[in-house]
Design a protein around this ligand. Structure first.
Ligand code: ADP
Ligand code: MG
Length: 381
């Protein structure tokens, strides 16, 4: 891949890159829709990455090309970058450069070429992989010395304010801070992280990713509404964020909220507790005991948070019926991917059962990947 990406860069831009970087997509094991409530999550990086070849320019131009794009080079003036002016995929990488400049950092132009194996729009954070690979390349090329949590904030700021997607910080933290063989215990308020060893193979386990290959249209508007609902509930409870509500205080708090906010708050608070439960089970050396936590998390997203859909519900149901230890949707929802924790010898039966159930329901055939806890963003050449 590295020589291919370098060669493609040279063909597109007419000279060799200064370096190559990679940043992965992610699956989130548990802790969904908690990051924008300052809560906890437990993502892990995928082996699939966005690879970026880059070379600085001295004329203030940003020239962007993607192997997954339409073949054209998008040429922008760094000094003229502003929210709303860049359409399409280029708003993710251009947004990172804009966000760095918004911080007053002395970054200029570059020639960039990206080639990604993270499937786009599958809930596996191809957008964060793209932002983060640009962020680490810029940090090194322009000698910024920001560090990973700050780079994650920059990439999130780009996605929120330049690309116009109101995401939390979990995807970017996962892409930047994960290490191989571990899940990442993330505190979305402090951005403190802890690497939690997650040895699937050593316990005879595999983690399947079932990409439903659907993304329902209501995803973006619904996400913003949910985020606003959580912020309103926290205000009504007099808390900085829902993260500050303990599970023991939940019944009293729910009785003080309007009915429409009750299920949202119940999801966030119980989901934060499920992250702690999952981390404790991994620390005990019992990764198989994550299974029920995953399935409970899915029920909460389906019944309380309302972000699942017929495809993800069916994938979870069929996986568990076929012997998966647990399964849940991962990512923002309304389509995207489901993860299923399976015993190694039962993986084929689970993916066959989900495929058969999708065929019977008239859904598209799901794509099946395997999640292996992989390394976060890094220089590769
Ligand atoms: P997800 O992050 O779950 O994959 P998003 O909708 O957040 O889904 O991001 C997908 C978008 O990110 C794509 O529509 C495209 O604009 C952009 N993108 C991701 N990877 C690439 C790539 N390799 N080349 C061009 N655009 C990409
Ligand atoms: Mg995304």
């Amino acid at each position: 891949m590295n020589t291919v990406v370098s060669g493609d860069f040279e063909r597109v831009h007419g000279h060799a890159p200064e370096g190559l970087w990679a940043a992965p997509g992610r699956v989130n094991l548990i802790g969904e829709h908690t990051d924008y409530s300052d809560g906890f999550a437990l993502p892990m990086a995928l082996p699939q990455t966005a690879v970026l070849a880059a070379r600085r320019r001295t004329d203030g131009l940003l020239r962007l090309h993607s192997a997954q794009g339409d073949g054209r080079v998008t040429e922008l003036r760094v000094a003229e970058l502003a929210p709303g002016v860049v359409p399409g995929w280029a708003r993710y990488p251009a947004g990172v450069v804009w966000a760095l400049r918004e911080r007053g950092l002395p970054v200029g132009g570059a020639d960039l070429h990206v080639d990604s194996t993270v499937p786009a729009g599958a809930g596996l954070s191809s957008s964060a992989a793209l932002e983060c690979v640009v962020a680490v390349a810029y940090e090194e090329l322009y000698g910024l010395g920001l560090g990973r949590p700050e780079l994650a904030r920059v990439a999130q700021y780009a996605e929120n304010h330049f690309a116009g997607v109101p995401c939390g910080v979990m995807d970017q933290m996962a892409s930047l801070c994960c290490t191989g063989g571990s899940a990442l215990h993330l505190d979305s308020r402090s951005l403190e992280v802890r690497q939690v060893p997650f040895d699937l193979a050593g316990h005879g386990l595999r983690l399947l990713v079932l990409d439903t290959r659907v993304k329902h249209d209501l995803a973006d508007g619904a996400y913003a509404a949910l985020r606003a609902g959580c912020e309103r509930a926290a205000r009504l409870l007099g808390l900085p964020a829902l993260r500050d509500l303990a599970e023991a205080e939940l019944p009293g708090a729910l009785s003080r909220l309007p009915a429409e906010l009750v299920p949202l708050v119940r999801h966030v608070v119980t989901e934060n507790a499920r992250v702690e439960q999952a981390v404790a089970r991994l620390a005990d050396g019992r990764p198989e005991a994550l299974g029920p936590v995953l399935t409970e998390g899915h029920a909460s997203l389906r019944d309380d948070y309302g972000v699942s859909c017929p495809e993800t519900d069916l994938a979870v149901e069929a996986a568990v019926a076929a012997g998966a230890l647990g399964a849940r949707m991962t990512g923002g929802g309304f389509g995207g991917s489901v993860i299923a924790l399976v015993r190694s010898d039962g993986a084929g039966a689970v993916s066959d059962a989900v495929t058969a159930a999708f065929t019977a329901a008239g859904f598209r055939t799901p794509a099946v990947l395997e999640a292996l806890p992989s390394t976060g963003a890094r220089r590769i050449g």
